[in-house]
Design a protein around this ligand. Structure first.
Ligand code: SF4
Length: 206
């Protein structure tokens, strides 16, 4: 049995019921209206009730099928996911406006099958949110984009307030639990490059 099986068969104490709460219902209805995915649903996150209940949602873009296969992760995986809905960036922005979020986290599956890992798609989503909700702080939580520098540059130039990337685990466990295309050193390079691009971008666009 690998980690994925253990996670899917959650012990009873890890099962939390969604509260019949207005905010929770409102978030759920908006996600369904705009046909959006969230990381809580896709990754079977145990904090779903708490986060939805307080009117917070991390939206997952570019589909619900990841082209990688990390052993700890419950997100569905596949080699040929369908191309994402081109209007999704605007639907995400409309949902965030509807919720009146002050802080929005936009995460995604890994799309190694798409041009530049879907960097344009992520940056278009940030731009759409900025256009419709100029006061909302936006944090794209990005995949490693295979360390592609032009992809990273594209995301920095869409001007989100925060860019994050998840290293997931310590160096020793990285090759054991992450997909073979990810690595601890690549993730560090991604974070370093973002920092460099951001300093450069801020100098040129004060
Ligand atoms: S890349 Fe991210 S979404 Fe995809 S399987 Fe790994 S942890 Fe899950």
């Amino acid at each position: 049995m690998d980690l994925r099986d253990i996670l899917i068969k959650k012990p009873e104490w890890l099962r939390i019921k969604a509260p019949p709460d207005n905010n929770y219902v409102h978030v759920k209805q908006t996600l369904s209206t705009f046909n959006l995915d969230t990381v809580w649903q896709e990754a079977r996150c145990p904090s779903i009730a708490e986060c939805w209940g307080s009117g917070t949602a991390t939206i997952m873009i570019m589909g619900d099928l990841c082209t990688r296969h990390c052993r700890f992760c419950a997100v569905k995986t596949g080699y040929k996911p369908v191309l994402p809905d081109p209007t999704e960036p605007f639907k995400v922005a409309r949902a965030i406006k509807e919720w009146g979020l002050k802080y929005a986290v936009i995460t995604s599956v890994c799309r190694d099958d798409m041009d530049e890992g879907g960097a344009s798609y992520i940056s278009n989503t940030v731009k759409a949110i900025k256009m419709l909700c100029p006061k909302t702080i936006v944090e794209p939580l990005i995949p490693d984009l295979q360390g592609n520098v032009s992809s990273l540059e594209k995301i920095v130039s869409s001007k989100p307030e925060v860019i994050s990337h998840n290293i997931e685990t310590v160096l020793r466990l990285s090759p054991k639990i992450r997909d073979g295309r990810a690595s601890y050193s690549q993730s560090l390079r991604v974070l370093r490059k973002i920092k460099e691009f951001n300093s450069e971008f801020s100098r040129n666009h004060p």
